[in-house]
Design a binder for this molecule. Sequence first.
Ligand SMILES: Cc1cc2nc3c(=O)[nH]c(=O)nc-3n(C[C@H](O)[C@H](O)[C@H](O)COP(=O)(O)OP(=O)(O)OC[C@H]3O[C@@H](n4cnc5c(N)ncnc54)[C@H](O)[C@@H]3O)c2cc1C
Ligand code: SF4
Length: 572
Amino acid sequence: MATRLKDTDVVIVGLGAVGGVAALPLTQAGLDVVGLEAGTWLTKRDFAPDELRNNYRGWPQASQKANQEIPTHRPNAASPLFPRLTIHPMMNGVGGTSLHYWAQSWRLNPWDFKVRSETSRRYGAARIPTGCTVEDWPFGYEELEPYYDKVEFEIGVCGAAGNVNGTIDRRGNIFEGARHREYPMPPLRGTGFTDLMAAAARTLGWHPFPGPAAVNSQRYQNRSACMYHGFCNRGGCHVDAKGSTAVTTIPKAVATGRLKVVTRAHVTSIDADANGRVAGVTYLVDGTEYVQPARVVLLGSYTYENTRLLLLSRSRAYPNGLSNNHGQVGRHYFSHNQTAGVSALFPWKTNSWYGLPAQGVAVDNWADDNFDHSNLDFIGGGNLWVYSDRRPISAASMSTFGKTDKLWGSEWKAFIKENADRTNTSYLQKTTLPYEDNYLDLDPMVKDPLGFSVCRITAEYKDNERKLGLFIQDKMEQWYRAAGAVAVERAPVGPMGPSTHAYGGTRMGDNAETNVVNRWGFSHEVQNLGIIGASVMGTSGARNPTLTAQALAWRTAEYVTKNFNSIAPRRT
Ligand SMILES: Cc1cc2nc3c(=O)[nH]c(=O)nc-3n(C[C@H](O)[C@H](O)[C@H](O)COP(=O)(O)OP(=O)(O)OC[C@H]3O[C@@H](n4cnc5c(N)ncnc54)[C@H](O)[C@@H]3O)c2cc1C
Ligand code: SF4
């Protein structure tokens, strides 16, 4: 028999990158919030610079929920499942994956909000790929700009502004949308290698700039500046220089006295009443079941779990899953095409044994619609990113660039000894679009240890993504060669398995027939259910999603504070 707890104003499911942000405006406005988090609090002592533990064994070992429900994946409905990943990229803990993410903190480009209409206007509607379900966002970049700004200042983002109120500053990204003020901190410092790459980009007539990061480039809000140790690529920061929500917005929300954080709380369903509104959620702590009644529920458990929890939460009012009477939950799914990378070998050392993946140099000339696509056979583009980060195991796994065909023994060891610090692998994020036949649903066969179906991904990159991938590889090779690379290698376009940048499944839009949530992030069907995270995003742009998802979460939370009485059913 479940224990029924005291009613609260708002329940947030998942206190990660987005739930951890939403908690702050809610509590500051005086609402009582319960944050149900599957993981635990972690301390600096948990963040060892240990590549084996962080990058290969999955962590934190204390709470391994994500690793017990790794989504299955297949390219299309006729294909068998591909082998399942052995560790889930996301993690469980207060702060969620913002504890161990790279912390690149990009805004989307204004074009990303209007992909369908802007493509049709500039090149004709026929340029939208067949089967693509992309829609314009229900609002433009300008609407989100104040929320980007709020989050940048709360979590602490460093960077160089390229466009302040329409004035272009060539030290930053000249292609970005207008921001109304500078970043709160200057960018992270460059390295000899990233400076050299920046100079090479200029010889090509491109515009290099330092990328934005939720990492302190100087002491900020009483947290340390970055020490450039490295090992925080899938690892936490042991001096709190990374702006994870665990050290920024969540403690501030707790300090209001209105946020109750419940750890090890595994939410198993979101419960609807007979009127079709949510009444609260059911969760387990070490096998004991609790019901937390709430007037508003905000679901922020990352794209795969947001979708899975809705589909698992069936009721008389929602027989196919909560908020799924229009059959839209799981649709318009896509994951950023981060595959098709490019690596280079240089004839000298790059000195990359220190630093972090958010410390690098970007080129946006080939991103979004920043260049003319009239004579190209794809839409969208890619952000080219070169950064400083090297760890022993990944270094020893480097390609031999055809210089030796041995993968073991003394010849291979000699190659690695000479070249481990002479190589670089770029990070190429490219526009990815949603398609009719790319979707998430519940796997009919594979279950988690509680017996609930895991999420199943049915998705593959289509022609547009493949052609764009080749184009961006050409540009990256050109850049490496201009910097003096003696060999360049390209990786193939990979499968669309579980991703760190997973979008859609609960898309946002004005049309209830094609979207799960409205422009405020609230369900079209369930008056008091809000959904936060990249699952509401309908486009990816060429940049990581978190800052946009956090800005949206702040906006949704603010909407709750201003409309609580009309959203929340009255207490009976
Ligand atoms: C190695 C790595 C590097 C990355 N680098 C970047 C980057 O540089 N820039 C960027 O923008 N993005 C990056 N990302 C992606 C980024 O981490 C995600 O976009 C972001 O964390 C998503 O926020 P979220 O709150 O939706 O999910 P999370 O941050 O994962 O939070 C979800 C939370 O919900 C909890 N939860 C899940 N299910 C339940 C349940 N049933 N009950 C209760 N709680 C639950 C989880 O424990 C977790 O704490 C990276 C990701 C990884 C893995
Ligand atoms: S490199 Fe910077 S962000 Fe990473 S662990 Fe060190 S201080 Fe923290």
